[in-house]
Design a protein around this ligand. Sequence first.
Ligand SMILES: NC(=O)c1ccc[n+]([C@@H]2O[C@H](COP(=O)([O-])OP(=O)(O)OC[C@H]3O[C@@H](n4cnc5c(N)ncnc54)[C@H](O)[C@@H]3O)[C@@H](O)[C@H]2O)c1
Length: 299
Amino acid sequence: MKAAQPAPLHAALTMTASHACAQVLRPALDPTPDQLAATAARARHQQRLAGKVAVVTGIGSGIGRGIALMFARQGARVVGCDIDAAALAATLATAKTEGLDLQGHAALDLTVEGGADRLMAAAVARHGGIDILVNAAAFCVFEPVDRMSLDGWRNSLRGELDIVFLACRAAWPHLVARGGGAILNFASVNAYMALDGSAAVAHCAGKGGVLAMTRQLAMEGGPHGIRANTISPGFIVTGATRRHLDAVPTLVDEVLRKKMIRRVGQPDDIAWAATFLCSDEASWVTASDFGVDGGARAW
Ligand SMILES: NC(=O)c1ccc[n+]([C@@H]2O[C@H](COP(=O)([O-])OP(=O)(O)OC[C@H]3O[C@@H](n4cnc5c(N)ncnc54)[C@H](O)[C@@H]3O)[C@@H](O)[C@H]2O)c1
């Protein structure tokens, strides 16, 4: 059987009102239902994660949701969580309509001691082990340095670093018991570059931390067959960034100015890279950071 070919994302272009005279074309922010369906069909055909058990955090929104659905379409048995019960339910409903193997847990906070341990225990109880951990859950306070309170700073590091560390620590013995596995964390373009006009001082600190922490996890995991990598996404349209897009009408044009591929990113752009990094195709890839950003970090 021939795989369904996805239509090119963001083929549709709209002219921005403010730039109409200059004929500046702005790509659509969201893929069409047909494009999403074609991507889903292609993933179901591939089955690149068949036989794997994957734990994905933050599946109620954006990148976590995209990866949970992609991994389940690729044949993985997926266990996820989100602190936002309604958002989690929406992802599970989508999975159900497609007949995907995706379970979700709402009543746990990944930033408190024991939360991630309960999630891993649930995955092991259901599926007998864990092969993949993807840490997509995160939150951060965006304030410039002179307005950032110490509480806001510490809360950001809980949402960027504690949330990743605690899940990695909780999954670790299960990955060791399995004889190895894959951890995928999220750094960012912000781990490398300052952003003009962005109140991202805590976010940059957190993402630099994720990058360095993941390299060390890879070192400690090597003898156990555990690989650890990061993806550094460029601007992806998700629950988190949609709020900024709505609040700052000029933001999308600023974002597009830095893209060699002139469109914004989608969760599926990240989910395809995540599929590779968490599959056996990437069995010699560890301690790496993959930029998936339309070329933004190169100039
Ligand atoms: N969207 C982007 O443009 C972008 C760019 C670079 C890096 N990233 C990184 O990618 C990752 C995913 O980003 P996103 O934009 O999809 O985020 P998002 O805010 O859309 O989704 C994160 C999810 O995590 C959940 N969550 C937050 N705290 C939790 C907790 N304590 N316990 C359980 N669940 C919790 C939220 O409810 C939310 O559903 C993050 O690490 C983010 O920093 C995103």
